[in-house]
Design a protein around this ligand. Structure first.
Ligand code: SAM
Ligand code: SF4
Length: 439
């Protein structure tokens, strides 16, 4: 029976990339893509378990689907990704109408599972597969200008707060030849930008070729000289001087480094099992700035991790000021079942205190971002136009190599164009400008 499917994607860029892989697997398997959820007879939820609120959003959509499932005979509902991988029983006990669950290493089986789920209840495919990198699958891209390309899957770091090693298994890298060929193919297909993805891209390795991530970036930048190349996420303990030198040397490697710090307190970093101290992190920042003075550095921060004191919270604020982050993803700590912290540490910072500390972090970051963006006024920057701006079709939105968003009058230009734009105004999140000329 032929079916149409719709995927809701939660969480990070890796999940967006996985949904493109799932779309490819299902269209090859004879399924059609539905334009929206209402017209699909297979609804898939590609879930994220990293923070509690992503799981809550998953719960909201599942609750809405419950009524539809009762009304629409033959509707199939499947939960994919990280949540079922570590909470198998809970998905079926809280949402018994869910037909099947499939973990991040098992998407190749999806077409068969959907067919079988019409006969069998509560199918589960959750085996870790240390070798699975989805080689040979050509993702169905959602965009035409920027693409995400996973270069590794899984994580070996076991940070105390983080569920990723439980949900995505051990690290494995996609081979050098394949990454370079995929980037070259994206370039030939007209893509202007690619983001190489991994939970910790700095630990990418190709043992056969004897290459590390610096070697990969070097090869990729030469294979697609006309394309902007980004990467995320870098783990501070693993970012090397050789990597930073390659970024400094190659103009198409973007001078933006996302370097999550989580906390400015060495005691917290130790409890979090991050593998570096506050000073070691600041030394890495100094090393980056030595080689790439205009690098934009962004981060992730967690407020109110187990046993965090006011003094330690203030160390986070002072570290933010010392680094001068462009922007940050900021969260308050939420316990994740299965993690080292959940098993061994007390979640003893009261919710109200976590939220107040997070608010202080957000306020400081907003004022620093506003100042950094204000300093851009008067500069002329290279912008890759990505799309029409959200406010008006007569404006385009694009990004600088430092990943700053710029909005400008469209004129005769289109998404995909690279332009020199003079910055005339700024908020804490967006630059405004006037196009000078195409690059
Ligand atoms: N691999 C990246 C690294 O090591 O920095 C981070 C990936 S993690 C999926 C994304 C971010 O989610 C983390 O950097 C952290 O700030 C946040 N996060 C992870 N677990 C969390 C938790 N239990 N509570 C709050 N934030 C969390
Ligand atoms: Fe999670 Fe740490 Fe791995 Fe990042 S490095 S995905 S925070 S365990």
């Amino acid at each position: 029976m032929s079916s149409s499917f719709y995927i809701h994607t939660f969480g990070c860029q890796m999940n967006l990339a996985d949904s493109e892989i799932v779309t490819s697997i299902l269209t090859d398997g004879g399924f059609a893509r539905a334009g929206d959820e209402a017209s699909a007879d297979v609804v898939l939820l590609n879930s994220c378990a990293v923070r509690e609120n992503a799981e809550e959003r998953l719960g909201n959509i599942l609750t809405q689907l419950k009524g539809r499932k009762r009304r629409q005979r033959g509707l199939v509902v499947g939960v994919l990704g990280c949540v079922p991988q570590f909470e198998r029983e809970r998905v079926f006990s809280d949402y018994p109408f869910v037909d099947f669950i499939v973990g991040p290493d098992n998407y190749r089986e999806l077409a068969g599972i959907i067919e079988n789920s019409r006969e069998q209840k509560h199918l589960a495919s959750l085996d870790y597969d240390q070798a699975e990198t989805y080689a040979g699958i050509d993702p169905v891209r959602t965009g035409t200008i920027s693409a995400f390309l996973p270069v590794m899957r899984g994580c070996n770091n076991y940070c105390a707060f983080c569920v990723v090693p439980v949900t995505r298994g051990r690290e494995r890298s996609v081979g050098y030849e394949r990454v370079v060929a995929e980037v070259a193919a994206l370039s030939a297909a007209g893509f202007r930008e690619v983001t190489l993805l991994g939970q910790n891209v700095n630990s990418w390795r190709d043992a056969k070729e004897g290459l590390d991530f610096a070697g990969l970036l070097d090869g990729v930048s030469l294979a697609a000289p006309g394309m902007r190349i980004r990467f995320t996420t870098s783990h501070p303990k693993d970012i090397s001087e050789s990597l930073v030198r390659v970024i400094a040397a190659r103009p198409n490697l973007c001078n933006h480094i996302h370097l999550p710090v989580q906390s400015g307190s060495s005691r917290m970093l130790d409890l979090m099992k991050r593998g570096h101290t506050r000073q070691e992190y600041l030394d890495k920042i100094a090393m980056i700035r030595r080689h790439i003075p205009d690098a934009a550095i962004t981060t992730d921060l967690i407020a109110g991790f187990c046993t965090e004191t006011e003094e330690e919270h203030r160390e986070t604020l002072s570290l933010m000021e010392a680094v001068g982050y462009d922007t940050a993803f900021m969260f308050h700590y939420s316990v994740r079942p299965g993690t080292w912290a959940a098993r061994n540490l007390p979640d003893d910072v009261p919710e109200a205190v976590k939220k107040r500390r997070l608010q202080e972090i957000i306020e400081l970051q907003t004022s620093m971002s506003r100042e950094i963006y204000r300093c851009e006024i008067g500069q002329t920057v290279e912008v890759l136009a990505e799309a029409e701006s959200r406010r008006s079709s007569s404006q385009l939105m694009g990004r600088t190599k430092t990943n700053r968003a710029v909005v400008f009058s469209r004129g005769e230009f289109n998404p995909g164009d690279t332009l020199l734009v003079k910055i005339t105004g700024a908020t804490s999140a967006t630059l405004m400008g006037v196009v000078q000329c195409p690059v």
